[in-house]
Design a protein around this ligand. Structure first.
Ligand SMILES: [Ca+2]
Ligand SMILES: [Ca+2]
Ligand SMILES: [Ca+2]
Ligand SMILES: [Ca+2]
Length: 286
């Protein structure tokens, strides 16, 4: 009888041990190198171009990551945040270096991929928060990848008279109407300086304007007074601005910018046209 009780007790112990073990797996969940990352202050550092694998587990889990954009090119670039193999409904929020929210997007379909692009500054920290749109957990992993498209605008910085790019008459130049994290349309300004050796009307022609930009252009004299201004409220329109009067030989400035701030962050995995399509500018004297 004593022997049977011993066997019975041993059996109960084994069952309870298995029970404990199951409970332990359930509370620990899958092994996740990026945890703990539940607060923006404990965001897991990732590298642009290197995918990271993580889990939304347990229910209510929130995952913060941070990255730093490269210091070159000086114009900045476009960050694309991609959630792939997401097992539940994805939700992603992007924050700037001040930890202020830039944007948030989600997809209401379980297992959807989710992408967000943001025009970014060089050498700047960005944060991304990943969680489930509808509270749920999964023991299946997801992958977060952040890619960066450089904007190689060799004229930058050229945002004021002092930093204007010197150009010549009758030649065509190309540049980008791009800036990271704009606060207003003036952040996009590109300044050009031209010196004429004869009097005439100055004719400035913009072509190949990005399809998401409405162009604006002004001509200034040597003492930075505006002579004439023009814009076109059609996206991607070419624009010509000509001085009304014949002007003396001397220094002049041409300033190009968007008529309105373009969309600089959105859902999607494609960099915007203003980041990939340079405009051209040509000045003639007539
Ligand atoms: Ca997690
Ligand atoms: Ca977490
Ligand atoms: Ca530019
Ligand atoms: Ca500029």
């Amino acid at each position: 009888m004593k022997k049977y009780i011993s066997i019975l007790l041993a059996g109960i112990m084994i069952v309870s041990l298995i029970g404990c073990r199951n409970e332990e797996v359930a509370s620990t969940g899958p092994s996740d190198d990026t945890e703990p990352n539940d607060e923006i202050a404990s965001a897991y550092e990732i590298t642009v171009g290197e995918p990271v694998t993580a889990y939304i587990y347990p229910e209510g889990d929130v995952d913060f990551f941070k990255l730093t954009t490269s210091s070159t090119p000086l114009a900045g670039g476009v960050l694309v945040f991609s959630l792939t193999s997401f097992p539940i409904r994805p939700n992603m929020t992007i924050y700037n270096h001040d930890k202020s929210e830039i944007c948030a997007h989600y997809d209401d379909t379980e297992g959807s991929n989710l992408h967000i692009w943001v025009d970014a500054k060089p050498a700047t920290i960005y944060y991304v928060k990943v969680n489930a749109w509808i509270k749920k957990s999964s023991t299946n992993s997801y992958v977060l990848t952040v890619n960066y498209t450089d904007v190689n605008d060799s004229n930058e910085p050229d945002n004021d008279f002092a930093n204007a790019s010197t150009i010549n008459l009758d030649s065509t130049y190309s540049a980008y109407l791009f800036t990271g994290e704009p606060t207003n349309k003036d952040d996009y300004e590109d300044y050009y300086k031209i010196t004429t050796s004869a009097s005439g009307k100055i004719n400035a022609r913009l072509e190949n304007v990005p399809t998401d930009i409405r162009p604006e252009m002004s001509i200034y004299n040597a003492v930075h007074s505006q002579i004439i201004y023009g814009y076109d409220n059609t996206y991607g329109a070419n624009l010509t601005v000509i001085t009304d009067d014949i002007v003396d030989a001397g220094d002049y400035y041409i300033v190009v910018k968007p008529w309105m701030t373009p969309t600089w962050h959105n859902e999607g995995d494609t960099a915007p046209n203003h980041a990939t399509n340079p405009y051209t500018i040509k000045i003639i004297l007539e």
